[in-house]
Design a binder for this molecule. Structure first.
Ligand SMILES: Nc1nc2c(c(=O)[nH]1)N[C@H]1C(S)=C(S)[C@@H](COP(=O)(O)OP(=O)(O)OC[C@H]3O[C@@H](n4cnc5c(=O)[nH]c(N)nc54)[C@H](O)[C@@H]3O)O[C@H]1N2
Ligand SMILES: Nc1nc2c(c(=O)[nH]1)N[C@H]1C(S)=C(S)[C@@H](COP(=O)(O)OP(=O)(O)OC[C@H]3O[C@@H](n4cnc5c(=O)[nH]c(N)nc54)[C@H](O)[C@@H]3O)O[C@H]1N2
Ligand code: SF4
Ligand SMILES: [Mo]
Length: 709
């Protein structure tokens, strides 16, 4: 495969695209954990990437990138890029390392892992998430490596497992509306998402709909950049979305804004002798929900009217649900309740109606071909939940837990910064008897605790194939430049480690090209990926216009027999937060920690031009809560609870509602004000479904410290 394609220096679509003689443009895909999965065009001059732009030929990207990835060359050529393997030379966590050769590093790592595996391979744990969303640099060769080893499985729950499980139980999979048709909707409810910050290319479609007369409503405790640009903003308390959804249903029933035909033919559990969703919803008057959500009942009535009238007038109503609302105890139930709404009004009948949380389940990824589960040879290792890695690292061996964790191999993730209850996470990573290897671009907070840091390539330097979770196009990423320094793709690092372990299966010799082709097999035209950089999945416009949900019953399951069989509530209900607003006198404020716009989780925090925009870690606080504590904008405040504390700059702001503070994330601890970040405060409690983290279910107190200079 040739790495570059030639594009004429000036094209219709992109008249500003003047290339110098000898320059080429290479088609790629944005690797980041973002619903948009943009198609990238990287300009390369004399082997150096000089510019990363959005591909104008890719409709979802539309030639536009976010501010972050527009700086991708700044990130890739960052003076602090890791360019060679490093071995720890100081105490654990000191961040002191010395250079070592690849050969010496891999030989020593293999020897250490072999010794542990000889006792019990489950004492070895992989830790990875979506630093790259690439199927190849994600869990392909790495998956094979850990399967052959018989290492513990990792339950990858840190982001989306509550909402994901909710979709599976309700709609039958991570499926939903096609994002481009939001442009034709007449009512768009943006629920638990700051689209402008985290889903920019969806916002383009929403803007198009707005210009054509659509009403936009945002449901979010924070008055985000998106909320302030919508017609309505419902600033509910964190973790109360299910109550709101049930009250909307109540109003739909009372006013008979229901599509009885759709309900009868394509849903399960509306009415039943034991009580169905109808009866459940009738218990949630707008007044009852208003008291739980902390919003006026009239606001709930008004939203129900908008949603119901769309049905009456046969206009499409669409819900852009996002993961922000499911990082609380009842996140799964809330996502289930919301996912039921379009079936009540038959919104699915229209291609611009329905709900979209994630489209990832539509991609025919051949996981078995990538990860080769047969290498397990019948072994069934235990599973470690990544969201409770703090507790897991501190757990002694026991019959329930299994062996103590002795080795951790981290790639595509920065757990010391992003996992909840950092105090425990740091204590775990600091264990002298833990052997830690980190594959990274930078010396992150996690890399500081490594025994070995191995330099990985960025998206500009390796091959990959991507699905998406916010649209329905598959993408190919070609390397634009040679690996910097001695960096190697994750695949190559695991290949070489496998060789040092003596793993003989021929699958460990597969090339990245073979892995790229294996991702979708013959289900996506690979030649089209090579030629255009993307390929649109062949899907119906309105997936559930005629029902045919991919559930066991083929219906939208208001009632889930599977959940009921597990002893859970078969119907969606309101599950209060573990730490509900107002339930503690000591910690009276609810804290949410949504992403800062110029960072992507903890990625880009070390890119100076982006960090300069964010300036320093900020806590948004409402004027009433600030006044009660003598806090003014610019004051350095201590935010604390029973788990820990951190320092931030206060911003008295209308973005915060009374009773809720917004601690924008996710800073690198060492770049914060006092070597900590917001996850000092978050807990390791889990969601009702999917074993996910509850980052936005967290009570705190805030105290003024000193006035900033
Ligand atoms: N710029 C930027 N983009 C990103 C990311 C990033 O860090 N930065 N992260 C990426 C990742 S990993 C993901 S998973 C995706 C999706 O990520 P999401 O988590 O959906 O990201 P946001 O759009 O910020 O949505 C969070 C929103 O939910 C709100 N929220 C918090 N609690 C509640 C609640 O209980 N109910 C409701 N209704 N809303 C609540 C927050 O105030 C915030 O505005 O975005 C991706 N895109
Ligand atoms: N308080 C709070 N905590 C949160 C959240 C929140 O909203 N609030 N959001 C949560 C969510 S939604 C998520 S998804 C998680 C995200 O957590 P993570 O998945 O850990 O995401 P990042 O912090 O971006 O870290 C990814 C790391 O992978 C590295 N990386 C990127 N590409 C490659 C590669 O090709 N090879 C290797 N070896 N490394 C690579 C990057 O340099 C980066 O350091 O954080 C969660 N934590
Ligand atoms: S982070 Fe998201 S919006 Fe930005 S370039 Fe990547 S896919 Fe596009
Ligand atoms: Mo995420």
């Amino acid at each position: 495969m040739s790495n570059t394609i030639s594009i004429s220096p000036r094209t219709e679509a992109n008249p500003d695209n003047r290339l110098k003689p000898g320059a080429v443009q290479v088609l790629g895909a944005c690797p980041h954990d973002c619903p948009d999965t943009c198609s990238l065009l990287t300009t390369v001059e004399n082997g150096i990437a000089t510019r990363v732009q959005g591909n104008p030929a890719h409709p979802h990207t539309g030639g536009v990138l976010c501010n972050k990835v527009s700086r991708y060359t700044e990130r890739s050529y960052h003076p602090e890029r890791l360019l060679g393997p490093l071995k720890r030379s100081g105490p654990k966590g000191s961040g002191q390392f010395e250079p070592v050769s690849w050969e010496a590093a891999l030989a020593d790592i293999a020897a250490r892992l072999k010794a542990i595996a000889a006792r019990d391979p489950e004492a070895i744990v992989p830790y990875s998430y979506a630093g790259t969303m690439g199927q190849v640099q994600g869990e392909s060769m790495a998956g094979r490596f850990f399967n052959q080893l018989g290492a513990s499985f990792l339950d990858r729950t840190i982001c989306s497992s509550a909402g994901g499980e909710a979709l599976v139980q309700t709609l039958g999979g991570k499926v939903g509306m096609r994002v481009e048709f939001f442009a034709e909707s007449k009512l768009i409810i943006i629920w638990g998402s700051n689209s402008i910050g985290s889903n920019l290319h969806f916002w383009r479609y929403a803007q198009q709909a707005k210009r054509d007369g659509a009403k936009l409503v945002c449901i979010d405790p924070r008055r985000s950049e998106t909320a302030e640009k919508c017609h309505e903003h419902i600033a509910l308390l964190p973790g109360t979305d299910a109550a709101l959804a049930l009250a909307l249903m109540h109003e739909l029933i009372i006013h008979d804004w229901l599509d009885h035909d759709y309900i009868a033919r394509h849903t399960l559990g509306w009415e039943s002798p034991q009580g169905g969703l109808r009866e459940r919803a009738l218990q949630w008057s707008p007044e009852r929900a208003a008291a739980v959500c902390g919003v006026p009942a009239e606001q709930i009535r008004s939203l129900a009217r908008d949603y119901g009238e769309c049905m009456v007038n046969r206009q499409p109503a669409a819900i852009r649900l996002n993961y922000g609302m499911q990082r609380v105890h009842g996140g799964g139930n809330a996502a289930r309740a919301i996912a039921c709404l379009p079936a009540l009004t038959g919104a699915w009948r229209h291609r611009a109606g329905g709900v979209l949380l994630s489209s990832s389940g539509l991609f025919p990824v051949d996981k078995a071909a990538l990860q080769r589960p047969e290498l397990l040879k019948g072994r069934q290792p235990r599973t470690i939940n990544m969201s409770t890695i703090g507790n897991a690292l501190l757990a002694p061996a026991s019959p329930q837990f299994g062996p103590k964790i002795e080795a951790l191999i981290v790639y595509n993730s920065n757990p010391v910064a992003v996992a909840p209850e950092s105090g425990k996470v740091v204590q775990g990573f600091a264990r002298e008897d833990l052997f830690t290897v980190v594959l990274e671009h930078f010396q992150t907070d996690t890399a500081d605790y490594a025994d070995y840091i191995l330099p990985a390539t960025t998206q500009l330097e390796h091959w990959d194939v991507h699905g998406a979770y916010g649209h329905t196009d598959a993408l190919l990423n070609r390397p634009a430049i040679a690996p910097l320094g001695q960096a190697k793709p994750n695949t190559q690092i695991f290949r070489e480690l496998a060789a040092h372990m003596g793993f003989a299966d021929p699958c460990f010799s597969d090339s990245d090209e073979q892995l790229c082709r294996a991702v979708f097999g013959d289900k996506v035209d690979f030649q089209q990926l090579l030629d255009k950089g993307f390929a649109t999945l062949d899907l119906p416009d309105a997936p559930f216009a005629e029902g045919r949900f991919p559930t066991a019953s083929g219906r939208c399951e208001f009632f889930s027999a599977r959940l009921a069989a597990e002893g859970a509530d078969g119907l969606p209900g309101h599950v209060p937060n573990h730490e509900a607003a107002g339930s503690s006198a000591q910690f009276p404020l609810a804290m949410i920690s949504p992403p800062a716009r110029n960072f992507l989780n903890s990625s880009f925090v070390n890119v100076k031009s982006l960090r300069d925009i964010e300036a320093e870690p900020v806590l948004e606080i409402h004027a009433d809560d600030a006044a009660a504590r003598g806090i003014t904008t610019g004051a350095i405040v201590k935010v604390f609870n029973q788990r820990g504390e951190y320092r931030v700059k206060a911003e008295v702001s209308a973005r915060a509602r009374p009773g809720v503070v917004n601690g924008l994330g996710i800073w690198w601890r060492k770049l914060g004000l006092d070597g900590t970040n917001v996850n000092e405060l978050t807990s390791q409690q889990l969601t009702d479904m999917g074993r996910g983290p509850v980052f936005y279910d967290c009570l705190v107190q805030v105290q003024r410290e000193a006035q900033a200079a």
